[in-house]
Design a protein around this ligand. Structure first.
Ligand SMILES: Nc1nc2c(ncn2[C@@H]2O[C@H](COP(=O)(O)OP(=O)(O)O)[C@@H](O)[C@H]2O)c(=O)[nH]1
Ligand SMILES: [Mg+2]
Length: 327
C-alpha cells in the first residue's frame, strides 16, 4: 500500500491532537468512494494502533436523557483533565434527520470544551457501513490521543449490539418508570449492559428513579452472572444529568470495573474477540461488495435471488450456485 504524502501529513497532525485533522480523517473513513477507501485504510495504518482509549457505549430510548447525560458526564471527565470524544450511531438518522446534530444545543458547553470532540452521526442507511465507519472513527479518536470515546446509540434494530461489539463498557440509560415497565427493556440489552444508569433522579421523579433502580438491580442479579463481571456487578445506579448528581460515582464504578477487567485479562480478551468479529464481518461485507462489482457475478446473484423468490431454489442452494459459478 502506497502512502501519499498527504495521508502521512494528515496522520501526523491527527496524532498531534489536531481536531481539524481528526474531523477530516473521519470524513475520509465515512466516504463511500473506492479511492477514498484506499486512502482511509492507508491513513488508519499510518496513525497506528498503539494508543488506547476507554470506549464507552451508551444506549437508551429517545427522551431518556442521553444527550444531556453526555454533556454533563463529558464535562465531568474533561474537568478531571481527560480528553473526551463523542460519536453517534443512528441508523435511522437518514429518516429522522440526525441525532446529535439536532442536539447540539444540549451539548453546547461540551462542544466548546477544547478537550472534547463531538462528531454528529451522518445519514447512512446500511448498518454494515455504519459499523465500519464508527469503528474506524473510534480508532482515529484513539490515535488522536483521546482518553475516553463515548458512542451514543438509539435502540434501533441491531445498533446496540453493534455498538457493544466495539466498546469496553456498555451503559444503558433508563428513565424512572413504573415497576411493570421492566418488561419494556429488551432482554438482549439487559444481557449486554455493563451498567444501568437510571437518569432523572431529581425533583419529583427522584423516589420513582430510586425504585426503578432497585428493580433493575434485582433483575440484573437474577438474570445473569458473566465471567467478566466481578462481585457486585453489573450495577444499577441513579444519576441526574441535569443536576450532575451521581456522575462522579458512576465514573468511579466504571473505572473500578475496567481496572478489574484489565487485571483479570478480560479487557484484552474482549478486544481480541471484537477484532476477530469485525474481521469476519469485513470478509462478509467485502465479498458482497466484490459480487456487486462484478457484472457476471452480480447477474448470477440477481438470477439466483429471483429463483429463491419463486420458490425454485432453496436459499442455501442458490448461494452455493452463485459462488460456484453455476446458475
Ligand atoms: N428532570 C430531568 N430531566 C432530564 C434529565 N436529563 C435529561 N432530561 C430532559 O429529558 C429530555 C430529553 O433529554 P435528551 O438529552 O434530549 O434525551 P435523548 O433523546 O436521550 O438524547 C429533555 O427535556 C431533558 O431536559 C435529568 O437528569 N433530569
Ligand atoms: Mg439525544
Amino acid at each position: 500500500m502506497t502512502k501519499t504524502p498527504d495521508i502521512q501529513d494528515l496522520a501526523d497532525r491527527l496524532r498531534a491532537g489536531d481536531r481539524r485533522a481528526l474531523a477530516r480523517a473521519i470524513t475520509l473513513v465515512e466516504s463511500g468512494r473506492t479511492d477514498h477507501r484506499d486512502q482511509a485504510m492507508a491513513l488508519l495504518e499510518a496513525v497506528g494502533q498503539d494508543r488506547q482509549a476507554l470506549r464507552i457505549g451508551l444506549s437508551g430510548t429517545p427522551g431518556v436523557g442521553k444527550s444531556t447525560f453526555i454533556e454533563a458526564f463529558g464535562l465531568h471527565l474533561t474537568g478531571q483533565g481527560l480528553r473526551v470524544a463523542v460519536l453517534a450511531v443512528d441508523p435511522s438518522s437518514a429518516r429522522t434527520g440526525g441525532s446529535i446534530l439536532g442536539d447540539k444545543t444540549r451539548m453546547e458547553r461540551l462542544s466548546r470544551d477544547p478537550n472534547a470532540f463531538i462528531r454528529p452521526s451522518p445519514s447512512q442507511s446500511q448498518l454494515g457501513g455504519v459499523a465500519r465507519r464508527t469503528r474506524e472513527a473510534v480508532a482515529l479518536c484513539e490515535a488522536a490521543g483521546f482518553d475516553v470515546v463515548l458512542i451514543e446509540t438509539v435502540g434501533v434494530g441491531q445498533s446496540e449490539t453493534m455498538v457493544a461489539e466495539m466498546c469496553d463498557l456498555f451503559l444503558l440509560l433508563l428513565a424512572p418508570a413504573g415497576g411493570d415497565e421492566l418488561q419494556g427493556v429488551k432482554r438482549g440489552i439487559m444481557e449486554i449492559a455493563d451498567m444501568i444508569l437510571v437518569n432523572k433522579a431529581d425533583g419529583d421523579l427522584k423516589p420513582q428513579a430510586m425504585r426503578t433502580c432497585a428493580d433493575y438491580a434485582g433483575a440484573l442479579r437474577l438474570l445473569r452472572k458473566r465471567p467478566q463481571d466481578p462481585d457486585g456487578f453489573p450495577k444499577a445506579l441513579t444519576v441526574s444529568a441535569v443536576e450532575g448528581a451521581g456522575l462522579s460515582d458512576a465514573w468511579v464504578e466504571m473505572q473500578a470495573l475496567t481496572d478489574w477487567r484489565r487485571d483479570q485479562g478480560h479487557f484484552a480478551r474482549r478486544r481480541t474477540e471484537q477484532a476477530r468479529h469485525w474481521f469476519e464481518e469485513e470478509v462478509r461485507l467485502q465479498l458482497l461488495a466484490r459480487i456487486a462489482g462484478d457484472g457476471a457475478l452480480a447477474a448470477r446473484m440477481r438470477d439466483a435471488e429471483a429463483a429463491v423468490e419463486r420458490g425454485e431454489m432453496s436459499p442455501a442452494r442458490a448461494a452455493a450456485a452463485v459462488l460456484a459459478g453455476g446458475s
